[in-house]
Design a protein around this ligand. Structure first.
Ligand SMILES: Cc1ncc(COP(=O)(O)O)c(C=O)c1O
Length: 420
């Protein structure tokens, strides 16, 4: 499997999109487009890497599009929801409660009650949340599996803002300081049958992810020893390793593969692949990023001294991390003609690709070499299928563009209407 959509593939998709009934050239100044067959391949690569018994979910936050998620229902993946809103998206997408894992660091009483009533798997983020669950469970029956999120404290990866397993983290229960309390909680709550971790997104290499899993597996071993010591006949049922495998936003760089990550896990954490514990995964970025690209029309071209600026409709509204932290988040960019042909060559002067918002930092790319760009061309922002529309900023009241998909039969379908 290619680790990204090639320009060749995008140049097959774009003319179809531009000629389709669902694309409105006047109003669709930007769009997000998914290659659905490629997206399915990404899911298959996860399924192939892990044992058949594993339960895989897609992190909704990466791509909260109910039509897209409904389209993927037949893959037998479930969904990881991290808020009441994402639980609602899961419902709209037609996923049954048994296919949902509910994570969130700030679940309210009401949300917990609803999730318990629907028998949804809940990963508690803290010992305090376990107390709330205990109180609710004393008044209502529930078959929910309940896990506890552990912070294995393996350190910060290359991106501090998306690393959540440092010594301090607002997520989970810190293993080093709270090991005894964690074990006491497993002894005290007979319904606490699962364990969860998630280390970070994009900035943590597989070795770091594996170290975190190993530490939490050792904790699981200690919990089992404590069960034995107290003559408690119980086993942890689910081990949820979260998501976080990094992908590549740079086409010349090969990212770690899912098969490679799973092989490392198998080597260091063979218990995960055994019959005693069911594995859960929650990948988001790995699944969606490379399967989608954004396009945005060049409304104006400004030429000033030695720099040319292409003014487009997708800047910090859609690419908030990329504009505020350009050193860490960069996408490859290409240019297409109004008919969808990808332009080649290199203009004499470098380009600035500027978004539409009223602040100077709304710049998607600075000083990059691209082909000559004309008004009416489209800027293609590669690898935009995850954490783009879900992080949309409403500044200047610009509204979310449409989302499209290309099907295995090469048909363009609308996956989400543009906001009015
Ligand atoms: C609890 C949890 N699970 C899964 C994910 C998905 O991570 P990624 O998209 O990097 O795979 C996240 C993202 O931050 C998360 O917070």
């Amino acid at each position: 499997m290619q680790h990204h959509l090639t320009n060749h593939r995008i140049s097959e998709i774009l003319p179809k999109l531009f000629n389709s009934q669902v694309f409105d050239r006047r109003r669709d100044t930007s769009a997000l487009v998914y290659d659905l067959p490629y997206l399915r391949e990404r899911l298959q690569s996860i399924r192939r890497a892990f044992p058949d018994s594993a339960f895989h979910t897609m992190a909704i936050k990466a791509s909260p599009n109910s039509t897209l998620l409904a389209h993927l229902r037949d893959t037998d993946f479930g969904l990881e929801a991290a808020s009441a809103g994402e639980l609602e998206i899961a419902r709209q997408s037609g996923y049954p409660s048994s296919k949902i894992v509910f994570d969130s660091p700030v679940k309210t009483h009401e949300e917990l009650e609803k999730a318990l009533t629907r028998n949804i798997h809940i990963n508690a983020d803290s010992l305090q949340e376990l107390e709330r669950i205990a109180a609710i469970k004393s008044t209502q029956a529930s078959q929910s599996n309940i896990g506890l999120r552990i912070n294995p404290q393996v350190g910060i990866g290359t991106i501090a803002l998306t690393s959540v397993a440092g010594n301090y983290s607002k997520f989970g229960v810190p293993l080093e300081e709270k090991q005894d309390e964690i074990i006491q909680a497993f002894l005290a709550y007979p319904w606490l049958n699962s364990i969860h971790l998630h280390i970070g997104s994009q900035g943590c290499q597989p070795e770091m992810l594996v170290t975190g899993v190993r530490k939490v597996l050792d904790l699981a071993g200690d919990i089992h020893k404590a069960f034995a010591k107290h003559a408690i006949k119980r086993q942890l049922s689910y081990f949820d390793i979260g998501g976080g495998l990094p992908i590549s936003y740079h086409h010349a760089t090969s990212p770690p593969t899912m098969a490679g990550y799973a092989a490392k896990l198998n080597e260091e954490c063979p218990e995960l692949f055994g019959p005693d514990c069911q594995l859960i995964t929650e990948f988001g970025r790995y699944i969606f990023t490379n399967a989608g690209f954004a396009i945005s029309r060049v409304e104006y071209v400004k030429r000033h001294r030695n720099v040319n600026t292409a003014m487009i409709h997708a800047g910090a509204n859609m690419f908030i991390r990329e504009t505020y932290h350009p050193q860490q988040w960069k996408h490859e960019i290409s240019v297409a003609t109004p008919s969808g042909r990808i332009k080649t060559g290199r203009a004499e002067n470098p380009w600035v690709i500027a978004g539409p918002l009223c602040f100077a930092g709304d710049i998607l790319a600075r000083n990059i070499h691209l082909p000559p760009i004309e008004e009416g061309d489209y800027i293609i922002v590669h690898d935009s299928g995850a954490y783009t529309l879900s992080m949309w900023s409403e500044y200047n009241s610009r509204q979310k563009p449409q989302t499209f998909g290309i099907t295995p039969k090469n048909q363009i379908v609308k996956l989400k209407e543009r906001e009015r």
